[in-house]
Write a protein that binds this ligand. Structure first.
Ligand SMILES: [Zn+2]
Length: 388
């Protein structure tokens, strides 16, 4: 296996990393670059914008006919704010067989390899089309790809299978957890802290709710779920990430909110913690709050939801990817990807891409050059396989 990627692939990695596509920013410059590059090789792109028009998914079909193979990746990256980088995160730096830069592993190298293969694909006589599908806003809850999947439906495009190129070190991932992210907001009543009987502390109530969530977490940990041993950790999880509330040490807090999530094993209830928290609120917490303050409230809203990737043994995606890799092994991972959404839309998918998830989201994110080369040879084999 060659350890050095081709020069055109490396140039594309450089160009893609150079666009700061942190999820809070527009990804349109990158998308325009990709569309122009493909256009230069006679490949037309369709853009599916978000409501504000500042972000877009890109879909480009090479070849024609029904079915086809989706190669999918997200164009956005996580922020670098406050991270101690040794190099400019948006300039690729090569050192010791590695490329450093934000998005090198997660996941612009995969997109670069797909783009580098596009000119050759366009010249071949393909037995089935290849759909390049590049999304926005994956890192903030897989929000963007929904519009792209909807567009496929509307356009009557029914891909036979999909490969999502998140970093798996080119292993085949056939299962991941699903997840939902929430914000819970507690509204109580302010009072002087010496006058507890007159107020309802939102901070104390939030702490109580978090306590309930942690009891649910402990239950998940102790529960036996078939197939769970493939995951690390081998159980569904509840996590509280931020909490915000109160005005001063001597004021009973009127408002407190916290962000939390449940990550669920496949085939388990994604809403369990949410539903149990709601019950706890309406049966135990609210009646007590409202005895003092009838307008007291607790509201939980869903910020993001991503279905689990459910193992689908013998699916066309699994069979093809395994045979291209030359391995029979599959893995399960605990991070979420857009794969669950493609699967939900009836497109069999696996996750398989270059780089290591351990490097993702961290300062000095990098990818081994050998990983990019391995992905190139994977895509080369795919091109041979589907050429007439
Ligand atoms: Zn990613």
């Amino acid at each position: 296996m060659p350890l050095e990627p081709r020069a055109d692939t490396l140039e594309l990695v450089r160009r893609l990393i150079g666009f700061d596509t942190t999820s809070r920013l527009s990804n349109l410059e990158l998308i325009r670059f990709v569309a122009e590059y493909l256009e230069g090789h006679g490949i037309r792109s369709t853009l599916v914008h978000d409501r504000t028009g500042t972000k877009a998914n890109l879909l480009a079909t090479i070849g024609s006919g029904p079915g086809g193979i989706v190669l999918s990746g997200h164009t956005d990256v996580v922020p670098v704010d406050g991270q101690p980088w040794d190099t400019d995160p948006f300039t690729v730096t090569e050192r010791g067989g590695k490329l450093f830069g934000r998005g090198t592993s997660d996941m612009k190298s995969f997109i670069a390899v797909c783009l580098a293969a596009a000119p050759a694909l366009a010249k071949r006589n393909l037995k089935e089309p290849v759909h390049l599908a590049f999304s926005y806003d994956e890192e903030v809850g897989c929000i963007g790809v929904g519009g792209l999947i909807e567009h496929l439906k509307q356009a009557g495009i029914k891909p036979r299978l999909g490969i999502i190129g998140e970093p798996t070190e080119m292993g085949v991932v056939d299962a991941h957890k699903g997840g939902k992210a929430y914000e819970t907001t507690v509204i109580g009543l302010e009072a002087h802290s010496s006058q507890r009987h007159l107020g309802v502390s939102a901070v104390e109530t939030a702490a109580e709710l978090i306590g309930e969530l942690m009891r649910i977490q402990a239950e998940y940990e102790a529960r036996d779920v078939p197939g769970a041993e493939r995951f690390m950790p081998p159980y569904s999880t509840v996590h509280v990430g931020t909490i915000n509330g109160g005005t001063a040490g001597n004021i009973m807090a009127r408002c407190c909110s916290f962000h939390w999530e449940q990550r669920s094993l496949p085939h388990t209830d994604m809403d369990e913690a949410h539903d149990r928290l709601q019950r706890y609120v309406s049966e135990k917490v609210l009646p007590r709050m409202r005895r003092i303050h009838p307008e007291a409230s607790v509201a939980t809203r869903v910020l993001a939801a991503v279905p689990a990737l459910v193992p689908d043994e013998g699916s066309p995606a699994e069979v093809l990817t395994k045979s291209l890799i030359g391995s029979n092994a599959t893995e399960a991972v605990s991070y979420m990807t857009e794969a669950g959404l493609f699967q939900e839309a009836g497109i069999p998918v696996v996750v398989c891409g270059p780089g290591n998830i351990r490097e993702a989201h961290k300062p000095n994110e990098f990818i081994e050059l050998s990983q990019i080369a391995a992905c190139e040879s994977f895509v080369d084999k795919l091109v041979e396989r589907i050429s007439a």
